[in-house]
Design a protein around this ligand. Structure first.
Ligand code: ADP
Ligand code: MG
Length: 349
């Protein structure tokens, strides 16, 4: 239920779960040796599921699994706000953030993309919103008994803003004034997917599906020549229903919705996504938004930003910027779906 990050533990090599009936029938002996293998494990407070297409080679699978673990551990050790010893947490706890702090190239890359998405979405995406997230009880701090008061919200809102953090690339460095609490929960999962995808590509794996907590990146095709097919879930709490099946080519996809991470207080439902304009959990009829992009970090951040903006504003921006987005809105008679022209080629039927 939480989007927080925790330390990954050993991955499990689950074995082939998809044999290659088609290629085998066609008598294609080379292709029939390729199978889909699954590697999975816990990470970032959720789970990762990775499918790789390769021959039956247990030693290589084991080595891929430990390589993946190492990649994810590095991301977590850099970007988690749930680990006091992470690179980001150490910056967050500095009393004086106004001096340049040198940061890893990975953290720089994510902060830079976060900034671009903030500018593109007029601040709907804002990684400094953490103190407000914590006020509402979705951060590493304990959940509050009551919803925060207006005055408290106003003073916290006044002090934050993505414009208050600054980046410099030689060497990669970060500073903030006044002191900020940087929260990458809405983009780091996507970056983790990209990091694993790059690792697999470097290892010579030409077809894979990498998924962390619903954010996914795919490349190549399955051994039977078919594209990877991904399900967009219908946003029903506590249930898994498929709304649409898509094939996105060599791209990434992320979904942001109000139906999984929320809490109820006094009969009201509070989302963990905060509108940085008023410091309140988002509250509109957009139940979920899915974005397809070339990389998963962009898809992840855009999905959260669109979720903040709501269906009309988000769609207008996505159409203008030629972004592939799919919206599920709560209508009078159940769910209504809508998508941008850039999304239409991914629909399988
Ligand atoms: P979703 O899948 O619903 O988009 P994510 O885990 O990607 O959820 O992002 C939600 C998390 O991002 C929140 O728990 C909070 O830490 C942080 N967050 C909340 N509002 C914003 C915002 N407007 N911009 C950036 N990050 C946010
Ligand atoms: Mg997100």
């Amino acid at each position: 239920m939480t989007s927080g990050m925790t330390r990954p533990v050993r991955a499990v090599v689950a074995g082939a779960f998809l044999a290659l009936a088609f290629a085998a029938l066609a008598g294609c002996s080379f292709e029939s040796e390729q199978k889909v293998w699954e590697i999975s494990g816990p990470v970032f407070g959720t789970r990762y599921h990775i499918n790789v297409v390769m021959e039956d080679d247990q030693a290589r699978l084991e080595s891929l699994a430990s390589g993946i673990e190492k990649v994810l551990e590095e991301v977590d050790a850099s970007m988690s706000t749930w680990r006091p010893d992470s690179e980001l947490s150490r910056f967050n706890s500095l009393t004086d953030q106004s001096e340049w702090t040198e940061i890893s190239p990975a953290l720089y890359k994510v902060l830079e993309r976060a900034r671009e998405i903030s500018l593109l979405t007029d601040g709907a995406f804002d990684i400094t919103v953490g103190p407000v997230v914590n006020l509402w009880g979705f951060g590493p701090e304990a959940r509050p008994e009551k919803v925060p008061g207006d005055e408290k919200l106003a003073s916290v809102l006044d002090a934050i803003g993505y414009q208050k953090i600054e980046l410099k690339d030689q060497p990669p460095s970060l500073r903030a004034d006044p002191r900020q609490y940087v929260d990458l929960s809405a983009i780091a999962k996507g970056y983790g997917v990209d990091a694993v995808a790059s690792f697999l590509a470097e290892e010579g794996i030409s077809a894979y599906l990498v998924e962390i907590g619903g954010e996914v990146s795919v490349k190549g095709r399955k051994p039977d020549g078919d594209f990877w097919r991904l399900a967009i879930e219908r946003p029903v709490s506590g249930q898994r229903q498929v709304d649409r099946v898509v094939a996105i080519g060599n791209r990434a996809m992320a979904t942001s919705g109000d139906y999984r991470n929320y809490y109820e207080s006094g009969g009201e439902r509070f989302s963990h996504t905060i509108d940085p304009k008023d410091g309140r959990p988002i509250d509109h009829n957009l139940a979920s938004v899915t974005v397809v992009a070339n990389d998963c970090m962009t898809a992840d951040a855009l999905a959260t930003a669109f979720n903040v903006m709501g269906p009309e504003k988000a769609k207008a921006l996505a159409v203008r910027e030629n972004i592939a987005a799919y919206f599920i809105v709560r209508g009078e008679d159940g769910f209504e779906t809508d998508f941008t022209p850039a999304f239409s080629s991914f629909l399988t039927q």
